[in-house]
Ligand binder design. Structure first.
Ligand SMILES: [Fe+2]
Ligand SMILES: [Fe+2]
Length: 279
């Protein structure tokens, strides 16, 4: 492997030729979300969907008992969790728990990037949900959470391809952090769109994955605007691979078009600090 360009070329080739299988999308999290979004959601269906998967069940209970959600007494069953936290919150936790298993690698550089990506994705999900709840789009809070969680999945795809290339001996060593980050930066929106399409998720999520860094974006797309703002808020808080502490959130076109004030932006920052405890 000669350098930065050649690594990006290899990645691009893998994507175009579909040489390496994409990460698997655990559908339980999405099925739970769909049930919650139904006209008359049934908590028993949600309980069944979750308890069918023992690993998911234990992960959900662990998250439900984390500092972020912690109530007065321990939550020990999914039924108990639904009663205590509500169906919507359980749907979000289920989506988180069902994605987490993808974010692991045997190689140090990739593992570090995955860890950082996971924390960023969780915070972005919580942040986008918070924005929806606070800018008059309560009915879209569920969708906002999902879009926030999935917006950078192109990075996961690239990291998993890199891992597979190393494991198969196609590359002699895992690229340096700098080269890896360059590749993630330049390719993740395209890979994200591709991955979410492969996963057969609603087009709206794929569009967010594709357009969240565009300089000129469609500001009539509220979901996209909310994710862009949450993404910037995470970076401003140093949550993720691209810290940007000098960013003034209230002065961004996104905050302006969503009608969010400086005080609300400060509240969002606090919410994000709490969100980090979830990951
Ligand atoms: Fe991104
Ligand atoms: Fe991001």
């Amino acid at each position: 492997m000669g350098g930065e360009t050649s690594f990006i070329d290899i990645l691009d080739y893998c994507l175009a030729q579909k040489k390496i299988a994409p990460p698997v999308f655990n559908r339980t999290g999405l099925q739970v979300q769909q049930e919650v979004a139904a006209a008359d959601p049934d908590p028993r269906v949600i309980e069944q969907l979750i308890t069918y998967d023992p690993t998911l069940t234990s992960q959900i209970l662990r998250i439900a008992n984390s500092v972020f959600f912690k109530g007065l007494s321990e939550i020990t069953t999914i039924r108990n969790a639904i009663v205590r936290l509500g169906m919507k919150e359980i749907a979000n936790i289920a989506l988180l728990a069902s994605q987490k298993s993808n974010f692991t690698s045997r190689y140090r550089t990739i593992q570090a990037a995955m860890r950082s990506l996971w924390i960023h994705s969780v915070a972005c999900a919580i942040g986008t949900q918070w924005i929806a709840l606070n800018c008059g789009m309560k009915s879209r809070a569920q969708e906002a959470f999902t879009a926030g969680l999935l917006h950078d999945m192109g990075k996961l795809y690239i990291l998993m391809i890199t891992e597979a290339l190393k494991r198969r001996g196609n590359i002699r060593q895992v690229p340096s952090e700098m080269i890896l980050h360059e590749a993630l930066d330049s390719l993740h929106t395209r890979y994200g769109y591709e991955l979410l399409t492969i996963w057969n998720l609603p087009e709206a999520y794929a569009v967010v994955a594709r357009d969240h860094h565009l300089e000129e974006y469609d500001d009539s797309n509220a979901l996209l605007t909310m994710v862009r703002l949450a993404d910037m808020a995470c970076n401003q808080q140093g949550i993720g691979m691209k810290p940007a502490s000098d960013l003034i959130l209230a002065a961004t076109p996104e905050a302006d078009s969503l009608g969010l004030s400086e005080i609300q932006m400060a509240e969002l920052e606090i919410r994000l600090e709490d969100a980090v405890s979830l990951s």
